[in-house]
Design a protein around this ligand. Structure first.
Ligand code: WQD
Length: 327
């Protein structure tokens, strides 16, 4: 079996691609390298190109004997999506729809899709369940939901089946500190904490400490990127076993606050994280963490790593890769 991995030169895609190969599947990576890095691909078969290029996708499927796909390729900056909606609808939605048409023409029937917990918006209750109301609060989230819905129609009208994985907060780096997030292009908390503790930025800004949470700071469900990668392998196994299409949360089921992340970083690094409390970031919910019951019931998967593993892996990666893969 050969797995086509779109966006496989990115943070989560490259780490997942390596684990898929270790699970015994052949892979071929398709990435524009617009946001990914060639070094992250290693010696895996690689094609530089766009998922919207239908003839290219069909050619790759034919030449490599593709019978499964993991679709990561997308723009994912929430703020940018609100200032440049056309870029996000064209790339994420139209690109994915071109991809699915080409896959269907090529007879590919199993797709694992990288979705997001952002489709829930500000959750009315936590933990968040798949059956809770969907309320996209950004163009980015809306594009992910539109792609989910496209897959649900393909499931009704073609042999194509899918597993949509709604990620909570992906964090950390590979166990061997060779693959990780590039803090030059990330707005997420943990790369920002690492920049501050390693002296690459003056001070971490904590966006509000007046939330209705135990310590007043925002609470999220941080899932180790190695556990997230394992969930994709489990999803491929689930679909290969002939199971029906599924959409499920991928999280630990536990919430962690910003101040708890800072405390864990100081404990593990032995250094202080310079930080200051500033105003809330518009649109930030106070709490968002998963009910992970469905994925643990349907897949042979549960998170194996804890918060200290996330922080120590991120610290090891960022210490040795201050310029990401350009280090
Ligand atoms: C986490 C917490 C912030 C930075 C985003 C996307 C979501 C998904 C994951 C793709 C919040 C606080 C952050 C900082 C801070 N991406 N924070 N100072 O907003 O939960 O989710 O990334 O799927 O779509 O929305 O993640 O890391 O930005 O914030 O205090 O410099 O850290 O307020 O409480 P978020 P985040």
């Amino acid at each position: 079996m050969t797995v086509l991995i779109t966006g496989g030169a990115g943070y989560i895609g490259s780490l997942t691609a390596r684990l898929i190969r270790a699970s015994g599947r052949a892979t071929v990576i398709l990435d524009t390298l617009e946001n990914g890095h060639r070094k992250a691909v290693g010696d895996a078969p690689f094609v530089q190109g766009d998922v919207a290029d239908s003839s290219l996708v069909e050619r790759i499927c034919s030449e490599h004997g593709v019978d499964e796909v993991v679709h990561f390729a997308a723009y994912k900056a929430v703020g940018e999506s609100m200032s440049n909606p056309e870029k996000y609808f064209n790339n994420n939605v139209i690109g994915s729809q071109k991809l699915f048409g080409a896959l269907n023409n090529a007879g590919v029937e199993r797709v694992v899709f990288s979705s997001t917990a952002a489709v829930y918006g500000t959750p009315s209750t936590v933990p968040v369940r798949e059956t809770d109301p969907l309320h996209c609060e950004s163009v980015y989230a809306e594009t992910k939901l539109m792609i989910e819905n496209t897959l649900r129609w393909y499931a009704q009208t073609t042999p194509m089946r899918h597993a949509c994985l709604r990620y909570f907060n992906a964090a950390g780096a590979s166990d061997d500190a060779t693959l990780g997030e590039d803090w030059r292009f990330s707005q997420n908390l943990i790369p920002h904490v690492m920049k501050a503790v390693l002296g690459h930025s003056p001070v971490l800004q904590v966006f509000g400490n007046d939330f209705p949470t135990p310590d007043g700071t925002g609470v999220r469900d941080y899932i180790h990127v190695e556990d997230l990668a394992r969930a994709h392998v489990a999803a491929l196994d689930y679909l290969s076993a002939g199971n029906e299409s599924i959409t499920c949360n991928v999280g630990t089921g536990h919430g962690t606050s910003v101040l708890e992340i800072i405390a864990a970083t100081e404990r593990i690094s032995g250094k202080k994280v310079p930080h200051e409390i500033v105003a809330r970031r518009p649109g930030d919910p106070s709490q968002c963490y998963a009910d992970a019951g469905l994925i643990t019931e349907k897949f042979d998967w549960s998170p194996q790593r804890n918060l200290d593993d996330i922080i120590s892996s991120a610290y090891a990666w960022h210490s040795s890769h201050p310029q990401g893969h350009d280090s």
